[in-house]
Design a binder for this molecule. Structure first.
Ligand code: F1P
Length: 612
């Protein structure tokens, strides 16, 4: 056994470098590549899935290995972070007529909200005015539910930035797009470049600049790539900043919510903490300080993944629930809860999940989270995010087949946690917990909660944390890693991943459409034109494409795709078998596990071509 593990470790180590070579998937940006470490993640047991995710996350902190890319701990990245932190500090010092805006789409927008809220809360605690604002493509409803289409709208990006910064004389704009790809963010950066007297643009993403998306954006004269090129020029004079370390491919190809999201959180927290310390405790912003702070996040990975077996147990429970059509609920308090909401909302575009498959609930819901648009009842009563919604809509029908995961820390009202845990336990024994505490601090009720739960991931953090890094930030990253692992793993176990590709992704914006077309090419071996044809047939549910469909634009395609389930599997089955859409649909109904359906088709295809 030991020898096998050792050789696997060696293989895994050498594989980490494959993706950096020039001939590895040369047409893809790093954020879309498939990670050699996870090629067999779809057949791995839960504990191996966790280990693979750990190895992928560890790639974030690998030092530059002579390759062409900047890394998280690279010299240039630390220097840019210092400069941006100094700009933030200037605004803190002189907040009048100034603003910092964080913006992004999907997970990146949700993290913009998360980081903005945390920073403003801290400022208000010190009686300082809140200087930070967030923008998310699609508005506040996109904070808690998947809204992918607004990502394609550069005009609405620019207009929302204009609106939020009306009347300001100095704006530090931080646009986040993990893949350097979202037109919404490109529109905002372009707007900043046109008004350099007011706006200083900063771009956070995780591809080298030359890999920024270069597809034309309908109605615009710029592409993401052209905007980045201009910013690079301005960066030489420190009039714009690019923070774009490479993290290695995601564990599930293109799933930027994972490493992309974690690194966004790390980088921006480092910037804001350094600026905060400089302004309020006169701690100078230094290169070493920045680097040390970044490294301390690496320790969060170690502490979190030291509980591999515990994470795997929750993943297995969640996987069993999803496999039999039941659900996973995150119940939480305060801002750890927002991470639960974020994690849950991402499963729809990534795995074609129903919004009820994984749902997050936070104490008082929107009231507690303080989003701009206040209480959002836009998605109907059944989608409420407060505990009261859970008690009314979910608790009555919970059974042992559902999984409930409590997320709390010793600074939450643990009495409340125990109260809710007792009520959940009356309905299901399948309750687990993630609990953060500092060394030496224990909550009296924790013993009781532990007994009510079938498993507890108890993270004990050292009291003496690096000065610059709040404990809260550690708990948050650790919780994010656990939730990403649980929800990704549960969907893998449900058969929603083939090799390391999301085969049931939603095709609801241009990036996802291109990803889907690429995946069809890769799996079927057919040329691009044929794959796009099959994709459109699946979207419009027709066996023959009409003139009308062919002349529709991409926005109409992605809009129509919202209403259809299993678009990509459907297109793939048609491509591989020559079935009609109806036949392919019935084939997929007979084999509801998408991975198995896809594998069966691929097997038949190989047998068929072998017999020729
Ligand atoms: C933004 C994003 C992702 C989401 C999905 C679609 O990506 O909305 O957050 O998970 O993949 O794209 P990016 O602009 O940060 O690359």
């Amino acid at each position: 056994m030991a020898t096998v593990a050792k050789t696997e470790g060696i293989k895994a180590f050498s594989a980490t470098h494959d993706w950096e070579s020039a001939d590895y998937e040369p047409t893809l940006p790093v954020s879309e590549m498939s990670n050699p470490l996870t090629r067999n993640i779809d057949r791995a047991p839960a504990s191996s899935i966790v280990k693979m995710l750990q190895a992928c996350d560890a790639q974030m902190f690998q030092e530059k290995s002579g390759a062409a890319y900047e890394r998280l701990l690279s010299d240039q990245v630390a220097k840019s972070l210092m400069e941006v932190a100094k700009r933030v500090q200037l605004i803190l010092k002189n907040p009048q007529d100034s603003l910092i805006v964080l913006s992004g789409c999907g997970t990146s927008g949700r993290l913009a909200f998360f980081i903005t809220s945390g920073f403003n809360r801290e400022l208000r605690r010190l009686n300082h005015s809140a200087v930070c604002s967030y923008i998310i493509a699609g508005g506040d409803r996109a904070l808690f539910s998947s809204q992918e289409a607004p990502e394609d709208d550069p005009i609405s990006g620019a207009l929302s930035l204009k609106k939020v910064s009306e009347g300001k004389k100095r704006v530090l704009f931080i646009g986040i797009s993990c893949g350097l790809s979202a037109p919404f963010v490109a529109g905002q950066l372009d707007f900043c470049l046109q008004h350099p007297d007011v706006y200083t643009p900063v771009l956070v993403g995780f591809n080298p600049a030359h890999q920024a998306r270069n597809e034309p954006i309908p109605g615009c004269t710029f592409t993401f790539h052209s905007v980045v090129t201009k910013m690079r020029e301005l960066a030489k004079m420190q009039k714009a900043f690019l923070i774009n370390p490479v993290l290695g491919p995601e564990a599930i190809s293109g799933s930027s919510r994972m490493k992309g999201g974690s690194a966004t959180k790390i980088l921006l927290e480092v910037v804001f903490s350094a600026a905060h310390a400089a302004n309020f405790s006169r701690t100078p912003i230094t290169y070493n300080g920045i680097l040390q702070h970044m490294r301390s996040y690496g320790k969060v990975l170690d502490i979190t993944y030291s509980q591999t077996e515990g994470i795997a147990a929750v993943m297995e429970a969640a996987g069993r629930s999803l496999q039999c059509g039941r659900r996973l609920c995150y119940l939480s308090w305060g801002f750890l809860g927002l991470l639960g909401l974020i994690d849950a909302s991402e499963c729809k575009p990534t795995f074609g999940a129903d919004h009820k498959d994984i749902q997050g609930f936070v104490g008082g819901g929107c009231k507690e989270l303080g989003n701009k648009e206040g209480d959002l009842n836009l998605m109907g009563a059944e989608s409420g995010i407060a505990h009261i919604d859970f008690l009314h809509n979910v608790l009555p029908c919970l059974t042992d087949k559902d999984t409930v995961l409590l997320l709390y820390s010793h600074s939450d009202d643990v009495d409340e946690v125990a109260k809710l845990a007792r009520r959940v336990r009356e309905k299901t024994s399948n309750m687990h917990a993630v609990y953060h505490q500092t060394d030496g601090d224990t909550a009296a009720q924790q013993g009781e909660i532990n007994k009510l739960c079938s498993s507890t991931l108890n993270f004990i953090w050292p009291q003496a944390t690096p000065a610059s890094m709040g404990l809260q930030h550690m708990w948050e990253l650790s919780t994010k890693l656990v939730l990403n692992a649980v929800s990704t793993g549960a969907h893998i176990l449900k058969g929603k991943v083939y090799q390391n590709y999301m085969i049931d992704l939603q095709v609801t914006n241009s990036k996802l459409y291109c990803r889907a077309a690429r995946l069809l090419q890769r799996l079927s071996g057919h040329p691009k034109s044929l794959c796009e044809e099959a994709l459109l047939k699946a979207i419009y549910q027709v066996d023959k494409l009409t003139e009308d469909i062919m002349t529709c634009n991409l926005t109409t395609h992605t809009h129509t795709a919202r209403k259809v389930k299993k678009v990509v599997p459907l297109a793939l089955v048609c491509l591989l078998t020559g079935y009609s859409i109806k036949e392919a649909q019935s084939h997929l109904e007979q084999k509801p596990i998408v991975r198995e359906a896809v594998e069966a088709c691929l097997r038949e295809q190989t047998l068929f071509s072998g017999s020729l």
